[in-house]
Structures are given as C-alpha cells and as structure tokens.
Design a protein around this ligand. Structure first.
Ligand code: DX5
Ligand code: ZN
Length: 216
C-alpha cells in the first residue's frame, strides 16, 4: 500500500492547525515534520515545542525528519513530544551514535528510521537496516522545500528496496523532495511506499485529488 506524508514545511504557519486538520480528510497517512538546525542543513525550521503542539491536534501519526547534527542528543525529547516515526541522517554523527539514536528511539516505543542525502551511497544504510522501521531516501539536497526532484536517485532507491525485501520486509521505504504526480510514479516503480510531498501538496487546489494521484 502506498502512503502519503505531506510536509508541513510548506503549510501556512499562521494557520498550521487548519492545514494539519485538513490532511486526514484529504487521505494523507502521516504528517511529515521537518526539523532543521542551521548546522546540519543551511536552514532553521521548527523544533520540540512546535512538534509537541502539532501532536496535540494531529489525528495522523507524526513522521519527524531530523536534519540536525548529533541527533542522539534530542531523541528522547522528540519521542516525548509525540514523534511516531523518528528519522536521523546517517551523515549527522559517527556510526556508534547513529546506532545509539535508533536504539534509544525503539526503546521509547517509537518507530526508528535513517535517511541518506543525495551524495551518500546506498551502502550507508546497511549497518542499520535490521534496526529500522523506515528508510528515507532524499531526492533533493535537504534544507528547503520546492526544489527539483533528482531522478538519478532512483537506482539507489531500487537497491535499498532490494535489501529491505531480503533482510527486513516490514521496513518502509520513503522518498522526500520534489515529489509530484509525475515523479511519484518513478518513486513507486523503484520501490518507495511512502511519498513525502511539501510544495506540491500545499499548492494543490484539490489535495484529495492530488493524494489520489500520488497513490494511483
Ligand atoms: C527538505 C525536506 C522536505 C521538504 C520537501 O529538506 O526534508 O520534507 O519539505 O518539500 P518539497 O516536496 O517541496 O520538495
Ligand atoms: Zn523531510
């Protein structure tokens, strides 16, 4: 089953509650929450208090994407704030600390995930594959919404899909960046089952129709 995860980075922050409450009725499966620290990525977005506030009003599970350096420091706080899936970047710390972040997440009863930036090879997820409930393949350089989809990430996606099927079939495979009706088809053909969409979702005049197009 294909799932959708609208990224609220492109929502209207003045009307965040309204925009989040509209996601479920439009058919979305997760709320994708992008956390940026101005260090791991050159942008700052939102953090723990806003995640906790979103949790209070969101009927959908929170898919929290940490684009921060040394995320293990904040795992507990994001889990307590209400993350249902917590994603850390493999590039954001040394391997022992990435593993510790995943283990901590799972110990707190939250689904654990790793993400890879475009320049990172597929092999970087292998040490964590058995620990992960989801793997996120970036199809743009993380940091900003509204960038163009990198179709050259499709071989990486397909490779990771092969490893998931072999070693951890219940693990989900998510793509993030530049996803629209067209590029979603490529992502699905190459094995993704969770599609993040920010600007395309929130620009759509009919999100329910857009959601159906992503899943079709
Ligand atoms: C980028 C974020 C994405 C972003 C996607 O760093 O991780 O989740 O919001 O936005 P679009 O769909 O506009 O590329
Ligand atoms: Zn994201």
């Amino acid at each position: 089953m294909i799932k959708t995860a609208p990224s609220i980075l492109s929502a209207d922050f003045v009307n965040l509650e309204r925009d989040i409450r509209a996601l479920g009725p439009a058919g979305a499966d997760y709320v994708h929450v992008d956390v940026m620290d101005g260090h791991f990525v050159p942008n700052i977005s939102l953090g723990i208090p806003v995640t906790a506030a979103i949790k209070k009003i969101s009927p959908l599970p929170l898919d929290v994407h940490l684009m921060i350096s040394r995320p293990v420091r904040y795992v507990e706080e994001f889990c307590k704030a209400g993350a249902d899936i917590l994603t850390v970047h493999v590039e954001s710390d040394i391997p022992a600390n990435i593993r510790a972040a995943l283990e901590k997440t799972k110990a707190l009863g939250v689904r654990a995930a790793v993400s890879v930036k475009p320049d990172t090879r597929a092999e970087a997820v292998l040490p964590y594959l058995e620990l992960c409930d989801l793997i996120l393949v970036m199809t743009v350089e993380p940091g900003f919404g509204g960038q163009s989809f990198m179709a050259d990430m499709m071989p990486k996606l397909r490779t990771i899909r092969g490893w998931i099927d072999e070693k951890n079939p219940s693990c989900e495979l998510e793509v993030d960046g530049g996803v629209n009706e067209k590029t979603a088809q490529l992502c699905k053909e190459n094995g993704a089952n969770v599609l993040v969409a920010g600007s395309a979702w929130f620009k759509s005049p009919d999100p329910a129709a857009f959601n159906r197009a992503l899943k079709a």
